[in-house]
Design a protein around this ligand. Structure first.
Ligand SMILES: [Zn+2]
Ligand SMILES: [Zn+2]
Length: 331
């Protein structure tokens, strides 16, 4: 099969992914194989190819927003799954036995395995996944529109919940990429008034078109205090800014996998029961909930499709924030 393979991490500008013909994978017991129809490009892929994340194995095929059709099943997997369309997300496996797995927090499992990091992902024509970690996808969404829901969408959804923004209130969103553009649609459906902080003109226009009540720069002061905040940008300096914008008792959720160091700030910004929390990927329950909600709202993801062979270009554009919505690769 054709795949975009990472042999050694390097800056995206150095084109670290090589287009290569590699052996077709086959599913082991409890696994299935997908013929990949689309795979979203996530910021975590950028952190993977650039070596910001520890790489347990190389060479590696990245990609963890996979939409595909099952074409082969391993032992103990029902054969009638062949021909069905499913999605694969970042959480590829968890132990299902530890304290975290037993308390609905499998995203924190110490033995979790991640798609496109610990196992080969979807920047390829074929991908293998554990059958109990794939999701049926609402028919409403095309392959390329379903793909960004699987990580950008799901993580944004979890971040909204962590920030307490799945009810009414005023929500601040910092950074406006793939995840944020889905999150604003969920938040507005939940009844939130949304305030978006972003610099790029294209992102400001995108936020306005999706119903932001106010759009400004990260260092601007919103016209009213906010009840919740989600930081999608990897900029640690946005944390004290978000706290400053927040009313008493509000929560700031940081949705990124990596973030620059948080600058010091006076305790008074945190006092009055304000709270800062991180979000570490998402559980299968988050994915099922978001996918169900996505067709009910219905979410309209903004996507741009590129051929799989342009994965390096896609990552370079993501790095420069030269994207409106989400980039999706098609083999
Ligand atoms: Zn576990
Ligand atoms: Zn992701």
């Amino acid at each position: 099969m054709k795949a975009m393979v990472l042999d050694a991490p390097a800056p995206a500008e150095a084109r670290p992914l090589a287009a290569r013909e590699i052996d077709d994978p086959h599913p082991g017991p409890g696994e299935l194989r997908l013929r990949v129809k689309a795979c979203g490009v996530c910021r975590t892929d950028l952190h993977t190819v650039e070596g910001d994340l520890e790489l347990a194995r190389l060479p590696l095929v990245p990609g963890h927003e996979i939409v595909g059709v099952v074409d082969e099943v391993g032992e103990r997997v029902p054969g009638d799954l062949v021909g069905t369309r499913v999605g694969v997300a970042w959480l590829g496996a968890a132990c299902r036995a530890c304290t975290f797995c037993g308390t609905g927090r499998e995203n924190l499992c110490l033995d979790a395995r991640f798609t496109g990091l610990d196992v080969d992902g979807g920047y390829a024509e074929l991908a293998v996944a554990r059958a109990d970690f794939v999701y049926p996808l609402p028919a409403f969404f095309s392959d390329e529109h379903a793909a960004p829901l699987l990580c950008a969408g799901v993580v944004g959804y979890r971040a909204l919940r962590v920030a307490g923004a799945l009810g009414r209130g005023r929500l601040g969103i910092y950074g406006f990429g793939a995840s944020a553009h889905v999150a604003i649609q969920v938040a507005r459906y939940a009844g939130c008034e949304v305030f978006v902080f972003t610099r790029a003109k294209r992102h400001r226009e995108h936020a306005r078109s999706l119903g932001a009540a106010w759009v400004g720069g990260p260092d601007e002061t919103p016209p009213v205090p906010l009840d919740h905040a989600v930081i999608f940008s990897p900029a640690g300096e946005h944390v004290p800014l978000a706290l400053e914008h927040l009313a008493r008792g509000g929560t700031v959720a940081c949705a990124g996998v990596t973030m620059s160091d948080l600058p010091g700030f006076p305790y008074s910004r945190l006092y009055q029961e304000r709270c800062v929390r991180s979000v570490a990927n998402a559980t299968r329950a988050d994915a099922r909930e978001l996918l169900e909600l996505a067709s009910r709202i219905p979410i309209a993801p903004t996507v741009e499709v590129l051929p799989l062979s342009q994965a390096n270009e896609a990552l370079q554009r993501l790095k420069r924030s030269y994207v409106t919505g989400a980039l999706v690769l098609k083999p």
